[in-house]
Design a binder for this molecule. Sequence first.
Ligand code: CA
Length: 572
Amino acid sequence: MPAPHMTAAAALALALAASGTARAAAPPASSGEAASPDRCAMLAAIAVDQAGRIVDAREGQRVLPPPYPGQPPAVLPAHCEVTGLLQERTGRLGQHYAIHYRLRMPQAWNGRLLFQGGGGTDGDLGNAIGDTGSAAPSALARGFAVVSQDSGHDNATNTDPAWGGQTVFGTDPVARRNYGHASLPLVTRAAKSLVASYYGKKADHSYFFGCSKGGQEGMAAAQRYPDLFDGIVAGAPGFALPRAGLNEVWSVQHFAALARQQTGRPATVASIAATFTPAQFGLVRGAVLDACDAADGLADGITADFRRCTAKAVLAQLKNKACRAGEGGDCLTDAQIRTLASVMDGPRDGRGRALYAPWTWDAGVGSPMWSSWRIGSAQMPALDVVLGGAAMATVFSTPAIAVSPAPDALLAFQQGLTLPAAERAIYARDAQFPTSAWQDIGMHSADLSAFFARGGKLMVPHGAADPVFSLLDTLAWWDRVNARFGTTTQDHLKVYPVPGMAHCFGGPAVSDYDLLQPMVDWVEHGTAPVIVARAGGQTPWPGRTRPLCAWPRVARYRDGDREKADSFVCTQ
Ligand code: CA
């Protein structure tokens, strides 16, 4: 056994030498040099500092099944795959918990580590490939070591039908804190330690890349653990997740009321899905474009200057689409227009006080991905109900509220809530939960002083038609950061509104952009990012390009080819 004071790298070298293989006796692999499979398997046999219990270490599979049906399989470079776990324990309700992680270390290493953020309520180990949500190669293919984690609970085992199914972890104070932030430093240190042992040198730079819940994790790192990463991409950050849960309740209650009015019966997830047809959402998009498309200098189907797209301007256009007695064709009822207006205004209490944020009237409102959250479809209940209801009950409320994961049970729970009571539960503490859900999960602070002081860089892309987390909440946070740091803000933080884009991707948007390489250039060379986005094949304009502009600038048409980014300029 290695002596306790021995470093992990020294222990590995000793273990490799003891194995008697010629390759093991070689000096540690360095950046760009191939590390051997023998070295990889050896990681499982020795104790690596801070890595916890290593479950497996072996040469990773080179081809993975496609993430979604119809996509090509993922082809990976030669690499060492390590799975491990930390903090094994038995928690409340007899649930067995651990923080599971997966680390892939490519043989051809570029000297960098990337932490891949989670999604939704986590509980999934993640593939540790470092997909960047663009057509560009994954981080692993570019030579990054990539780590992912489940944030301390496992959807396959930590599930209880009395407590929302896979959200039962919210009943356990340690599991809730790990989900909110506490697992991040533990997994990052484990990954850094394993990287140092495997390659024989520390990573030169460390990055974080995530969206949605992963964006919340990026914000947690920047605010609470500023030493972990040099660069963080925190897309569509769920950094006010419990308050966004209040919005889901508000929205569901309004669409449920509309469904009741339309059918004369109690609302169901099916009748909510039928409150608007796709053609009627097309009318909504048309009204937004009529009101605001040209405000950015060009009627091109993109509302880049969304500040000009006020509720007043759009509602005037929606009234032009209202149903009139005796006229046929698609139209919107007054009740539909009133419901949309209330939902887009965001949740308020009985006295009119805002409980979250309003929403941008963007040309992506009503897109299929937008409506999958708000009303759902015949095939799938609204995500605001099935994800929002379970999380509000068991993760965002103290004490946790028992609820069935059945969609209509979650709908009944959301319809029965009063928003002031739900808000109080977000901030409540008790004997078992010394910190509130807001303290555990809300990462809304504008104090980035420690992260900025160490030279950290933060990029925050966010869709203007995101139905889960409001772009306007992110921009209100940017206002607070900017008020605090003034002109130095732009040296460390770039918020990129993406007109038309739904949650992290999708929608009628020019939204294929790679932020990873610009982030590396910004961190390692001080090169200010210049980013051009491309429209994908599912949009109305495949191949169209636009500059991605850092707030408070937006892309305005100057002159030239309407399809090309260089015809536009980023300006306030
Ligand atoms: Ca336009």
